[in-house]
Write a protein that binds this ligand. Structure first.
Ligand code: NAD
Ligand code: DAU
Length: 355
């Protein structure tokens, strides 16, 4: 059975991808994750007993460990998601972003290139390094236009600058060494198991806890939302069929202002979980200071992946958001254990102290 490495598989998107590939694929998956605050093995409970799933608690910056893992497991490829991913955290503390997103990606590229150089025949020609990145590398749009694969890079936050640097490294490794890579740049994801620091899970958690819903600035910034399982399906397709050296943009054609997102969430919660006091959840909306350097608008032109690989999203924003709200309402324990920090206790007990 062929082995695929997934880095960051205990995170939001990585765990959705691991669940998809274990449910529908025939690969053996080795999930390499440092288990930072964002890594939660409870998101992988449904696959943890599969004989095709293996977890390795490791930091992608650790070159010696990565070398051992490649020679031990002999993967046919790697889908690299491990990253520091939250823009607000990058503004307050950029160092981890530089370390993991840039040095970590560099380390993986070098280790994987060394491993690939030693392969021959079909193993060598089939190997690929899939780098998972973001639309934020393109900067911010005005009122019109879409990000295409040819849009010049103009990253604005420490997070997006670190992701842009990693994209450039991946591209250069292909151009200089002929190393087989594909890169995907995706818009904002939402869905189950997202850490409640990001807009949608934060708003749901605060609303059901009766806390204020903090809207940055005027709430008129625009994001282009994609349901996480649609992203996972796109990643599988690009990993299997994408052209080496190419970039694919992934997005859902769901442009919404933040205010529209929060209002829709409030209306869904009014319907699915009405407040005992009869008040509407929208009464909790609070306008707070804006994010420094806040990008105004993101919107993806996803026509290349549709045209070349036949991908299209299965969820609309309405169906995906309803599923998401229902998931958080049905899984209060997942959120409660994240908020209380208990998910880390479980991790430490099973996997030892942090690396
Ligand atoms: P996340 O923060 O939920 O998960 C990141 C995972 O990486 C965690 O499990 C964490 O423990 C792990 N990790 C962090 N540093 C590590 C290290 N040094 N070594 C090993 N593991 C480490 O992130 P996410 O939202 O699932 O995003 C996954 C990837 O997709 C990231 O590369 C991100 O830039 C990209 N992306 C995210 C979105 C989005 O909307 N969330 C959109 C486009 C692209
Ligand atoms: O576009 C892809 C990117 O989307 C990914 O690369 C990032 O990893 C991911 O975190 C996300 O970045 P954003 O900064 O767009 O996501 P976030 O959920 O943090 O914020 C979404 C919008 O909501 C943004 O305009 C800021 C706003 N916001 C966010 C929070 C957390 C608020 O108004 N209030 C909040 O409390």
């Amino acid at each position: 059975m062929k082995t695929v490495f997934i880095t960051g598989g205990a995170g939001f998107i990585g765990s959705a991808l691991v669940r998809l590939l274990i449910a529908e694929g025939n690969w053996r998956i080795v999930n390499i994750d440092k288990l930072t605050y964002a890594g939660n093995l409870e998101s992988l409970a449904s696959v943890s007993d599969s004989p095709r799933y293996c977890f390795v608690h490791a930091d992608i910056c650790g070159r010696a460990t990565m070398d051992v893992l490649f020679s031990e497991h002999q993967p046919v490829g790697i889908i690299h998601l491990a990253a520091e991913s939250h823009v607000d955290r990058s503004i307050h503390g950029p160092e981890d972003f530089v370390q993991t997103n840039i040095t970590g990606t560099y380390t993986l590229l070098e280790v994987a290139r060394g491993y690939w150089s030693g392969l021959s025949g079909e193993a060598k020609s089939q190997f690929r390094f899939h780098h998972v990145s973001t639309d934020e590398v393109y900067g911010s749009l005005g009122e019109t236009g879409l990000f295409t694969e040819a849009t010049p890079y103009q990253p604005n936050s420490p997070y997006s600058a670190s992701k842009a640097a990693s994209d450039h490294l991946v591209r250069a490794w292909h151009h200089t060494y002929g190393f087989p890579v594909v890169t995907t740049n995706c818009s904002n994801n939402y869905g189950p198991c997202q850490f409640p620091e990001k807009l949608i899970p934060l708003m749901i958690h605060n609303a059901v806890s009766g806390k204020p819903l903090p809207i940055y600035g005027k709430g008129d910034n625009i994001r282009d939302w994609l349901y996480v399982d649609d992203h996972a399906r796109a990643l599988r397709l690009v990993f299997e069929k994408g052209t080496l050296g190419d970039v694919y943009n992934i997005g859902g054609h769901n442009e919404k202002t933040n205010l529209e997102v929060v209002d829709t969430l409030c209306a869904l919660l009014d319907e699915l979980c009405p407040r005992a006091d009869g008040l509407h959840y929208s009464a909790l909306k609070t306008y707070v200071a804006d994010r420094p350097g806040h990008d105004k608008r993101y919107a993806i032109d996803a026509s290349k992946i549709g045209r070349d690989l036949g991908w299209k999203p299965q969820e609309t924003f309405e169906t995906g958001l309803k599923k998401t709200v229902q998931w958080y309402l049905d899984n209060p324990k997942w959120v409660a254990r994240v908020v209380s920090g208990e998910y880390k206790t479980w991790t430490d007990k099973n996997y030892g102290s942090r690396v």
